[in-house]
Design a protein. Structure first.
Length: 215
């Protein structure tokens, strides 16, 4: 998380260190003074990072509809293809090799890509009808930075990672992107439209931060 204090002075905070970026005119004493001046702000950022760390997945977990599914693996070197099944709140996988970060992300992509249209096309239709805002096209894809987008031609693209979110948050994203059909900005009028169909949008925006590591 990067913050800017004054011209040409930046600091990046993670759970292990604070990294400072500045020009060569800054002495060590000046850097320490600026960090001390921002001590309260830094503490708040650090507290948020700790909270997000607590929400992150372990290797044998994957977010699905707001819950962490436990991954139950079976390793069989003779398998010709991986098998994945969600059952009784757990994710059963059969793999040729023990679970790794790479294989977990491959499984995540497989599940999210398959489930996204099934989970969200009806919700898009529902909100489009009550908002009377209809996308020209709907697509689902893997994205690194955005939960969704709306093009100038009113084509809506939703991140397959929405599968990780609880229903109320994916509904917020859908309402947000449909609202962009009418307003191609984040003006007051835009947020008033979002609020009309999703009154708790501010709380949803804050809750989404817990799932930032999924993107």
């Amino acid at each position: 998380m990067i913050r800017k204090d004054i011209k040409h002075f930046y600091y990046k905070i993670d759970l292990e260190r604070i990294e400072v970026r500045c020009n060569r005119s800054y002495t060590d004493a000046m850097i320490l003074s600026l960090l001390k001046r921002n001590g309260f702000k830094i503490a708040k950022i650090y507290a948020k990072l700790i909270a997000l760390e607590g929400e992150s997945e372990s290797l044998n977990e994957i977010y699905y509809l707001g819950e962490k599914l436990k991954i139950v693996e079976r390793v069989d070197p003779n398998l010709t293809y991986e098998k994945v099944e969600i059952k009784n709140g757990q994710l059963f996988v059969a793999l040729k090799e023990p679970l790794s970060k790479a294989s977990k992300e491959r499984i995540r992509l497989q599940i999210y890509k398959k489930q996204a249209p099934t989970l969200f096309l009806d919700r898009i239709e529902y909100f489009a009808n009550i908002m009377q805002l209809f996308p020209s096209k709907v697509s689902f894809r893997k994205a690194k930075r955005r939960w969704g987008s709306c093009s100038n031609r009113n084509s809506i693209s939703l991140n397959i990672a929405l599968v990780a979110l609880p229903h109320q948050l994916s509904d917020y994203i859908i309402v947000h992107e449909l609202a962009h059909i009418q307003y191609k900005n984040h003006s007051k009028a835009f947020w008033n439209l979002v609020a009309k169909y999703f009154p708790n949008y501010k709380e949803a925006k804050e809750e989404l931060k817990k799932f930032a590591t999924i993107l």
